[in-house]
Design a protein. Structure first.
Length: 255
């Protein structure tokens, strides 16, 4: 059975990604990250539980929830390099980059560091991201995703993007609800939450220009990727085998 490690937030994009991958015959392992700035991580289990039950008795792939893995140390390490760069140097080399986008880029890149380590330890050759090109964040644009593909390829890992081409949020919701009414019921039950709140992310007020996207892509290539590779190479082994014997949904300390 093919295996894939899916970055899972509990949101519609990552949930639909899980459904599509399992339907395509993958055993899907959900991994959630804690960047140290999130609240309500326990909410994500509500959506993960639906996904696990939905595919438990099918002939398709199965869905397994690995729980929450800390990415804060890697996030802070990457921020150290980018935040200590003089603004004048960033502007001269990469253009007038937005600090919010850089923060999100650092955070997502830290997830790829931890994800690569976990995938290697579990013998998984695929990582999936619920990125969509119609989202306004730089890290979900094709140029940046190509950077992540290149990074993962150095460890024999392929990046899958199951929902990248889906245009609108409504299209995602409709496809998700086609899999199960439980997703619809969960969304419209005001007492149940299924995502965490990140206090760092700020919605963008306009689309990025092609020049801006290329600037972020170059910034990733020059500043982040070399440090990501260094972090993966020196990272301690995760006790994945012990975790899989008794899957839990909790914050797990590895350092």
């Amino acid at each position: 059975m093919k295996k894939v490690l899916l970055f899972f937030s509990g949101g519609n994009d990552s949930s639909l990604s899980a459904c599509k991958l399992a339907s395509a015959g993958y055993d899907v392992y959900l991994i959630t990250f804690d960047n140290g700035c999130e609240e309500g991580l326990e909410n994500i289990k509500n959506r993960a539980t639906i996904l696990e039950k939905l595919f438990n008795y099918t002939s398709f792939g199965k869905i397994h929830n690995l729980g929450v893995f800390p990415s804060a140390p890697e996030f802070m390490a990457l921020r150290y390099h980018s935040n200590n760069m003089p603004l004048s140097s960033i502007i001269n080399k990469y253009g007038d980059l937005n600090q919010n986008q850089i923060n999100c880029l650092n955070c997502r890149s830290s997830m790829y560091v931890v994800g690569a380590v976990v995938a290697k330890e579990m013998g998984i050759n695929n990582i999936a991201d619920g990125a969509r090109k119609t989202q306004m964040f730089a890290l979900e644009q094709e140029e940046l995703l190509n950077g992540y593909k290149n990074f993962l390829s150095k460890y024999g890992i392929t990046l899958l993007l199951p929902v990248f081409e889906i245009a609108t949020d409504n299209d995602v919701k409709q496809e998700l609800w086609d899999y199960s009414n439980d997703f619809y019921n969960l969304v419209h039950n005001g007492t149940i939450h299924y995502e965490a709140m990140c206090w760092l992310g700020v919605p963008m007020d306009k689309e990025l220009s092609k020049e801006e996207i290329l600037g972020y892509s170059k910034f990733f290539e020059d500043v982040l990727e070399p440090n990501m590779e260094r972090d993966v190479d020196k990272y301690p082994t995760y006790p994945i085998k012990e975790l899989l014997k008794n899957p839990v949904y909790t914050k797990i300390r590895y350092r």
